[in-house]
Ligand binder design. Structure first.
Ligand SMILES: Cc1cc2nc3c(=O)[nH]c(=O)nc-3n(C[C@H](O)[C@H](O)[C@H](O)COP(=O)(O)OP(=O)(O)OC[C@H]3O[C@@H](n4cnc5c(N)ncnc54)[C@H](O)[C@@H]3O)c2cc1C
Length: 621
């Protein structure tokens, strides 16, 4: 999709969407599909897709971000992929042959591995039941990690032979590390036990897209006019009480005069506004300067699609790769919203400020001013904010002016958005036994790295396996602090370390050096700052609902000024692409809906995702 500069009059739009990841694209797509094109998408980087990022190196397609469509039944992305011929329906997956080896290169009998894996899955399911059945956990056990340790200790008590017991505990540690990459955390002790079951798994397994996950971006963005997407437009400030600020500052001159745009389409600076009968609830002085504390965006064009991520090839070519009335209260507005319905269920707005009947509505002043890092200003009635939780964690206090309500800031803080990275190793020739598709690494030592000195010598012990994606391509995952440390290393260092590991565990000094090593750096990406959302100890789905709560800037608004979308705003599909898609679509639906409920008409959505609404409909009957 091409990016183009808008003409001046395009700087005033009805809706601004911030972020062109799946949530932002889904919102834009839904608006466009319903004939609404008065919107702009502001994207910080020079590509769309966000954490969906397929890159080509040589003959391999690498998924640097999302890998799979998680689940078939009720998954709108699966339906879009099928409708657009992106899934190989007759594809028969190759059998997965796993071996587990110890540091001295000895392979563990498959039966032991299988026994431990089955036990581990039972332990995990029991953790999920605390949420599903609302059981009380044992005294003092708050995290999934603690509960798994407890179950494992009981299990090991029954194994009398110390060597066998030790072996099983090594397998357990390995599975725990793998779990941190699935959950998105440093340690399973970081994940709230009562909330593990809040994540809803859709049936049907994990589906990969043969031409890369990025191929889903085309159907999702097909209807979006290319000129409506502005890449390399990192947003620095969202002034969401802009119209109130104008009034408080007695600002009779419209911002259009300052910026040379006629915002009102009247050419008179906006003095015709009917603000006189509007009750202003705002009391925060306007901050007129664009926030300049953020890092400037790089204008550098990247050589390949691997923008912003460190990528090395054999030639050493490196691509970088409120005071809203809710604001004063630390209490979140409580909602009865159904789990999994996403934030934007209209019922969630009950009890929030509504437009007063019989009052004239200010229809000409933009509600929001959005200022980009380059100083460009945009004006809109509504903003759909789709930046990741990591960006909100790092920048919420600067990004929003006035600041977000306390309850939202607290919830942003409580949720987890840790680092998960991938290491791809590409080889000139095959060297692994063709029968084997994954080598699990049973590291002897269990302790975690706690300081940076430890890190240098131990970071790689967090790598729990190498999977064979093709005869000449291996993949390892790494999470948490060790992943953050790995991001500081050169790709040569990572490649050398991985070669030492493979030689040791395979007991084969002839394992070759990879011809290239590609490591993701999700933790240090300024516009992501982590991998995906998890529910930390002490947090809950309510925190996701709080982050998702929209903002109103005065009590006369029928619709929110700022809506939030993204995987982090879906209370049961958090961390997934389909969660992001659904929240983006819901945000657009809210803005497309008529203002008064009595005008409500049933919207006919022609896309394949109808199936999910249909299934939900059945469930409700
Ligand atoms: C390693 C990894 C593996 C994963 N595997 C899977 C998987 O197999 N299946 C699955 O379903 N999910 C997976 N996920 C998660 C999935 O990728 C995300 O949940 C989903 O893509 C998030 O979409 P989003 O729109 O919420 O956010 P993003 O995709 O992060 O989009 C946010 C956009 O906002 C932009 N942005 C940020 N700040 C600003 C700003 N200030 N101004 C303007 N723009 C800004 C960003 O550049 C980005 O384009 C994985 C993620 C990672 C990192």
């Amino acid at each position: 999709m091409a990016s183009s500069e808008p003409s001046d009059d395009r700087k005033r739009v009805k809706i601004l969407i911030i972020g062109a990841g799946m949530a932002g694209l889904s919102a834009a797509n839904h608006l466009a599909k319903n004939g609404m094109t008065d919107f702009l998408v502001l994207e910080a980087s020079n590509k769309i897709g966000g954490r969906i990022f397929s890159a080509q190196t040589g003959k391999h397609k690498l998924e640097l971000g999302a890998n799979w469509i998680h689940g078939v039944l009720g998954n709108p992305l699966y339906e879009i992929a099928v409708a657009n011929g992106l899934i190989d329906i007759v594809h028969v997956p190759k059998p997965h042959r796993v071996v587990a080896a110890t540091e001295d290169g000895k392979q563990v009998p498959f039966g032991v591995l299988q026994e431990m894996y089955q036990a581990y899955i039972c332990f995990l399911r029991r953790c999920e039941e605390y949420f599903l059945c609302q059981y009380l956990p044992p005294e003092g056990i708050n995290s999934v990690g603690e509960h798994l340790d407890l179950e494992m200790a009981l299990f090991l008590e029954r194994v009398s032979d110390p060597a066998q017991r030790h072996l099983r505990s090594l397998i357990f540690r390995c599975l725990l590390k793998r779990e941190t990459c699935i959950a998105g955390c440093h340690s399973m002790s970081d994940i709230d036990l009562m909330q593990l079951g809040s994540y809803t798994e859709l049936q049907g397994g994990n589906i990969a897209l043969p031409s890369g996950y990025s191929s889903i971006l085309e159907p999702v963005s097909r209807l979006i006019p290319p000129q409506n997407v502005l890449k390399k437009h990192p947003v620095a400030t969202i002034r969401w009480r802009y119209s109130e600020e104008l009034l408080v500052g007695n600002c009779v001159t419209s911002p259009g005069t300052d910026s040379g745009i006629d915002l009102h389409g009247l050419g008179d600076g906006g003095n015709e506004s009917d603000d006189s009968d509007v009750t202003v609830t705002g009391d925060t002085p306007p901050d007129t300067s664009p926030n300049s504390s953020r890092e400037p965006s790089s204008e550098k064009e990247c050589i390949s699609v691997v923008e912003n991520l460190k990528v090395e090839d054999p030639n050493n070519t490196t691509a970088e790769g409120g005071t809203n009335k809710d604001n004063e209260s630390s209490e979140a507005p409580k909602t009865e919203g159904e789990r999994g319905a996403g934030i934007q269920d209209q019922r969630k707005f009950e009890g929030l400020p509504r437009r007063r009947k019989n009052k004239k509505r200010r229809s000409h002043q933009p509600n929001v001013e959005v200022v980009c890092e380059n100083g460009q200003q945009f004006y809109a009635d509504h903003v759909i904010c789709c930046v990741p939780l990591g960006v909100l964690k790092a920048q919420a206090s600067q990004l929003f002016s006035p600041s977000l309500p306390q309850f939202k800031l607290k919830s942003i803080d409580k949720l987890l958005f840790d680092t998960v990275d991938k290491i791809y190793l590409e080889y000139d020739r095959p060297f692994l036994n063709p029968e084997i598709s994954e080598v699990m690494l049973l590291w002897d030592s269990e302790e975690c790295c706690n300081d940076s000195k430890d890190m240098k010598n131990k970071w790689f012990r967090k790598i729990y396996s190498f999977s064979k994606l093709s005869e000449t391509l291996l993949l390892a995952w790494i999470s948490g602090k060790e992943a953050e440390y790995m991001e500081t290393l050169s790709h040569e260092e990572v490649a050398e370390t991985c070669t030492i590991i493979l030689r040791k565990f395979l007991n084969d000094p002839f394992v070759p050096q990879p011809k290239s090593c590609i490591c993701t750096t999700w933790g240090s990406q300024p516009y992501t700052r982590g991998a995906y959302t998890a529910i930390a100890v002490g947090a809950s789905q309510d925190d996701i609902d709080n982050v998702a709560q929209p903002l109103y800037s005065n009590d006369q608004q029928a619709k929110p000024v700022v809506l939030f979308a993204g995987e982090h705003t879906h209370s049961s599909f958090y961390s997934t692409v389909h969660g992001a898609y659904l929240t983006g679509r819901s945000a657009a639906q809210i803005l497309l809906a008529p203002d008064s409920p009595e005008e409500l008409i049933l919207e006919v959505d022609e896309d394949a995702s109808d199936l999910s609404s249909w299934i939900q409909g059945i469930a409700l009957q």
